[in-house]
Design a protein around this ligand. Structure first.
Ligand code: HMG
Ligand code: MG
Length: 289
């Protein structure tokens, strides 16, 4: 049976903008974030503390965190110790670490193999958990890798198991390049929910093949109630060739609401948030509602 409520984790300000070639001003990002908050978004990825050489658009991470009104759960992505320290200094209380299941993607994204990344992350995560920080682990290329092709569910589960042993609060499991189909989504998320009943399980779909909504429905049927989505369907990882935008928040919210599943998000105000960012990006914004 389907749930009565679902949670949207809005990733527009982070995943949505990181691939945008034109620098968006901090002020315009803050207005976008504030409008999303006004629309009822309770969980959001605000930015990432990564190398500005690698992702120039996220160079204002500190200002974004310090100048955003504190409400709900606000994540920042951190790739390494330096990013974690900067995020904590800026006052972040919820951190997202990220790693790819496949080695080649991981090397291109953070310049380390998957095993090297995990070795580096372990003490950092243990330390964050001692400090009571909420830790979300984002698992990239959980279904397909742009360089290596199909990724086995076992490999994804093994990686997730390590994070769970280190005490993470949430696993956000990603179809980085939007290649998964509903059958694969149903099967992987069924296994994840069964294997890790005490951890929040979130589905992160990109919409390259226009299968994201079908994948969300399949994940819902598997028991997932948390979905990453990006207002206007913006997004994509700059280091994953072929990846297009995230599933559009307005599409997910519309589908869930029409199915009687509440998200707490106001559809009209969400539309207004998209209108705030649309003039400042060159990537296409989904036609929306
Ligand atoms: P590196 O070149 O191997 O490491 O990059 P480095 O330590 O030599 O650092 C390079 C430069 O960056 C140095 O500057 C460092 O000081 C600086 P330089 O000495 O050359 O002037 N630096 C930093 N600056 C600010 N904040 C930091 C930081 N660390 C180093 N934290 C590194 C390694 C991890 C830094 C780099 O590869 C990187 O920043 N990668 C980020 C990649 C990224 O942001 N990808 C997108 C997010 S993941 C994603 O989108 C997927 C997801 O949506 C799920 C899905 O869909 O799959 C989450
Ligand atoms: Mg993504």
């Amino acid at each position: 049976s389907l749930p009565k409520n679902a949670t949207i984790i809005e990733v527009g300000p982070r995943d949505g903008l990181q691939n945008e070639g034109k620098l968006v001003t901090t002020e315009n990002k803050l207005q976008f974030i504030a409008a999303l908050q006004d629309a009822g978004v309770q969980e959001m990825e605000l930015t990432s503390f990564v190398s500005p050489k690698w992702v120039p658009q996220m160079g204002d991470a500190r200002d974004i965190v310090t100048q955003t009104k504190k409400t709900g759960r606000q994540f920042v992505l951190t790739p390494n110790e330096r990013g974690i320290n900067a995020a904590l200094e800026a006052g972040a209380q919820s951190l997202a670490v990220f790693v790819g299941v496949s080695n080649t993607f991981n090397k291109k994204n953070i310049n380390k193999t998957t095993a090297e990344s995990m070795e580096t992350l372990k003490p950092l995560i243990l330390n964050l958990k001692e400090q009571g920080i909420f830790v979300r682990a984002c698992i990239s290329t959980a279904f397909y890798c742009p360089f290596e092709g199909a990724v086995s569910p076992e490999a994804t589960l093994d990686l997730c198991r390590q994070f769970v042993e280190w005490g993470v609060d949430e696993l956000s499991v990603a179809d980085t390049i939007g290649m998964a189909n509903p059958k694969e989504s149903y099967e992987l998320f069924t296994k994840l929910i069964e294997a890790f009943p005490d951890v929040l399980i979130t589905a992160h779909f990109h919409d390259t093949r226009r299968m994201a909504l079908a994948n969300i429905l399949a994940s819902l049927q598997a028991g997932v109630t948390r979905f990453d989505a990006s207002a206007g369907g913006l997004g994509g990882c700059p280091f994953a060739p072929g990846a297009t935008g995230n599933v559009a928040t307005e599409d997910v919210v519309n589908m869930l609401h029409r199915m009687g599943i509440d998200t707490g998000i106001d559809e009209n105000l969400l539309c207004q948030a998209i209108e705030k960012i649309e003039p400042h990006v060159t990537n296409p914004v989904a036609t929306g509602m």
